[in-house]
Design a protein around this ligand. Structure first.
Ligand code: SF4
Length: 438
């Protein structure tokens, strides 16, 4: 057998980079995965079992069945679809490498497409808030080595980012945090008594949808101002004062926040307030704030879109230049308004996450889904193109949730003849250029 060390896990935004993967001598089958959490290990072991995988592109037939087609036919269909559309949408990009994202954006520019990533239904509100008020942030390495005050607001890392707490935020012993968890105070803000809340020193059980009120109350308490009323957002005001003192008395603190606060009532205004709370706390101690990003390279998608077009998501290229107006140029909004005439999906599953009205609209459009798995999206798109797993069967650059780039490694061979995202996109780009030249 062969052993590959320092492997990154291509599942969640924690992007753990200490996995040890053992394969057979031919590098075809994964035998063992060390250090990963249950979700990460399953991704490696599941991908290496080819028995359940679709290994060639498939086209949806009128009777609802799929017929196998060649990669050349899939490339031709995709190129024709994108080149001939007036306003195609190219959505996803969060579960692939930056190299593929970059090629995809070149196709989008040539075809006047709308390019969007999964931030549209996740941390897009965070990106808007950062543009509003800036962001005092740091790396996860600094959290491990320095942070003694941690807030998890609207997120449940025990389930969604299982090794986040052991590698960076609660348990690890860092340079200035040698006593690990004993040296840290943890506050969880969540309407539910989650597993993350059960290990916190303080659980602020905020009333659903009242995060903005609680954030502003905490800001007032931090600044020594009076909170009117005995209860704010479902939390007794004494607990708010207690939390404020706990945060101010630390040497270095971090707020981690998730979709419980980005996608609840208030949206980007909640994050404005969370960032302003971070700034307020910097009058007393050192504080940072980091979004708990979900897909392993959604952060990279924002980075690559940023380099190429200046905006991190919902970029509309249909007028020949980049426009960005979330709420107007987001994929969900254009699908609801029936504005697009072709749908290309790579590295995400809108069939599982978009409103039903949008899923129905996708099912009516010429559409292509690029995904190693069979998903709700691949079952409604006209063409499904299976590809190699990034981070398992092909390497590439990815960005961790704290905007640190980490190189993913290839540990096994993909099924014979299977293309990678980047190879497929490069072939489509070549064909789109030919079609546009004619
Ligand atoms: Fe993978 Fe996330 Fe688990 Fe780390 S915490 S092993 S990145 S799924």
């Amino acid at each position: 057998s062969k052993t590959c060390t320092d492997v990154i896990c291509p599942f969640c935004g924690t992007l753990c980079d200490d996995l040890i993967v053992t394969t057979d001598d031919e590098g075809k089958k994964i035998l063992d995965v060390e250090n990963a959490c249950a979700i990460g290990a399953e991704k490696f072991l599941h991908s290496s079992d080819h028995s359940h995988r679709v290994t060639r592109p498939r086209k949806l037939q009128e009777d609802g069945s799929f017929k196998e087609i060649t990669y050349d036919e899939a490339i031709e269909y995709t190129a024709q679809m994108l080149a001939n559309a007036k306003k195609p949408s190219m959505y996803g990009w969060s579960s692939t490498n930056c190299e593929s994202q970059s090629v995809g954006h070149e196709i989008a520019e040539l075809c006047g497409a709308l390019v969007d990533n999964t931030a549209a239904v996740c941390h897009g509100t965070t990106l808007v808030a950062v543009q509003n008020v800036g962001i005092p942030s740091c790396t996860l390495g600094e959290v491990k080595n320095r942070a003694d005050r941690i807030i998890f607001w609207g997120c449940n890392p025990a389930h969604a980012h299982p090794r986040h707490m052991s590698r960076y935020s609660i348990f690890p012993r860092g340079y200035f945090t040698g006593k690990g968890q004993k040296q840290r105070k943890i506050i969880v803000v969540d309407p539910r008594p989650t597993d993350s809340a059960s290990i916190a020193d303080v659980h602020l059980q905020v009333e659903q949808g009242y995060d903005y009120e609680l954030l502003q109350a905490l800001r007032a308490a931090v600044r020594g101002q009076e909170i009117s009323g005995d209860i704010v957002a479902g939390v007794p005001k004494e607990k708010v004062y207690e939390a404020a003192e706990m945060l101010k008395s630390g040497r270095f603190g971090v707020i981690f926040f998730g979709m419980g606060v980005t996608q609840s009532l208030g949206k980007d205004h909640n994050i404005d307030a969370a960032i302003m709370l971070t700034k307020d706390l910097n009058d007393y101690t050192k504080f940072s704030i980091i979004a708990m990003r979900g897909h392993y390279n959604v952060t990279g998608s924002g980075q690559v879109l940023g380099w190429q077009f200046g905006f991190p998501y919902s970029v509309d290229l249909s007028r020949g230049f980049a426009r960005y107006n979330p709420g107007e140029t987001g994929t969900i909004e254009v699908l609801k308004r029936k504005e697009i005439d072709a749908m290309f999906v790579l590295g995400s599953d809108p069939g599982a996450h978009f409103p039903m009205q949008c899923v129905k609209e996708i099912s009516k459009l010429p559409s292509v889904a690029i995904d190693p798995h069979i998903t709700p999206t691949t079952t409604i798109c006209k063409v499904h193109v299976p590809v190699a797993f990034v981070g398992v069967e092909v390497g590439g650059n990815c960005y961790r949730m704290d905007n640190v780039p980490i190189e993913a490694r290839k540990v096994v061979e993909p099924p014979e003849g299977m293309m990678t995202d980047e190879e497929f996109l490069k072939a489509v780009l070549k064909r789109v250029k030919e079609l546009k030249a004619n």
